[in-house]
Design a protein around this ligand. Sequence first.
Ligand code: EPU
Length: 460
Amino acid sequence: MDAFVIKGGKHLRGRLRVHGAKNAALPLMAAALLTDQPVNLSSVPDLADIRNMIRLLNELGVDANVESADAGSTQRGEMKVRLHTKDDQKSEAPYDIVRTMRASICVLGPMLAKRGFARVSMPGGCNIGDRPVDLHLQGLRALGAQITLDGGYIVAQAPGYERGKPGRLKGTRIFLGGPFGSTVLGTDNVMCAAALAEGRTIIESAACEPEVVDLARMLIAMGAHIEGAGSPRLVIDGVEKLHGVEHAIIPDRIEAGTFIMAAAMTNGDVTLENCPLEAMGAALDRLHAVGVHTEVVVPDGQPKPVSQGQLSEMCAGHTVRVSSSRRLEPIQVTTQPHPGFPTDLQAQIMALLCLADGNSIITEKIFPDRFLHVAELLRMGANLVRSGASVLVSGVRELEGAPVMASDLRASAGLVLAGLAASGTTTVNRVYHLDRGYYRMEETLRELGADIERVDRPAV
Ligand code: EPU
């Protein structure tokens, strides 16, 4: 099992390019099930979860052609993926794939809408919490689907479905808010299903995440009628058919945020290309409050500081230079649905605030138990007190290297950041979690001057 061995204390310096977003790519790939024509995706990150989604789509009768960076026409760490449905009789998403990747649930809405029938293994909980799918099912039921549970599988059927005849879902008004706000993949599932339903669907309390907007953009390019993407109210007028499309995945705001924090924690000076500033308002706001400087590098080479006023005008893919003050200010951070601060950057900002000059408070409002990194950061000398869904972070002068255990994707990223800034050697075990969401992170960090190696360790 791979581990990272990090000798901390190096200032990160240099340039990197942000990859396409995993969390945008996964539902967009599943949406290929909505059409018989080819869906050609570019800027797809080359990650374990993406390979799993390809395996799942193969199981569901979709042919996948993958062109990776080795072929020369794509960026390092990205792929072009062509998805083409060849057999629409296969409708079972099996347990052994779904259990490895919860985003497998994204095939439910597209299959139900296009094939009239789906049998998808019920995803279980995971290290970041229970993660129910009740809102997905509630939304699909509102569209007329009959849904039952059978031996751990969700079995869904559209009204009028018979063998050889898919039937059709029916548009309606749906409220998709839950106890923790909107649901990202739930909105994706219901939006995909409604795109082929009969009549108008209105989704209230829809997720506003940039990844949902990317899916809507692709569906519109496939012939769907969707208005309001990026707002909590989606209006979808169903069409009978969707056609093929070529689409480039948006850059990964979480990968970008992670590297910005790595630069800040190491007193570095790093330039990120393809950085989706427009999608990062809350993260940049908090980082500026900490004392992290970001400057947009304009084509004539003259950097200009990023202000909140400019953010809304910026489209994806900017070049941004990041540096930080020696003194990091303590702050309050609350994770919220977009446009709030993303839960997927909570572990990383906790690592950063461990080194701030004073007391910070982090409150997790999306996954209240997403704190497995707390115990590991304590092993590195952090001063953290958890109370329910909040953690009081009292800054320390220095973190000390230690062996730590990665528990989920973003917690792992937080531990790597801590290791980069700590004195001595940190070993982050079980980095397979990290590999699900970051393309060869150790190589990128090494190119920026970090002392980091991937080693093969016996399982711990
Ligand atoms: N929720 C329900 N019922 C549902 C669905 C969600 O109560 O039917 C709750 C969840 O338990 C959670 C909240 O609603 O408390 C939000 O969950 P959401 O459904 O939005 O999460 P998701 O769509 O399953 C995606 C990302 C996660 C990211 C969350 C929140 C993908 C593949 N996953 O998950 O990303 O944390 O949105 O932004 O897009 C990651 O990349 O590390 C990751 C976990």
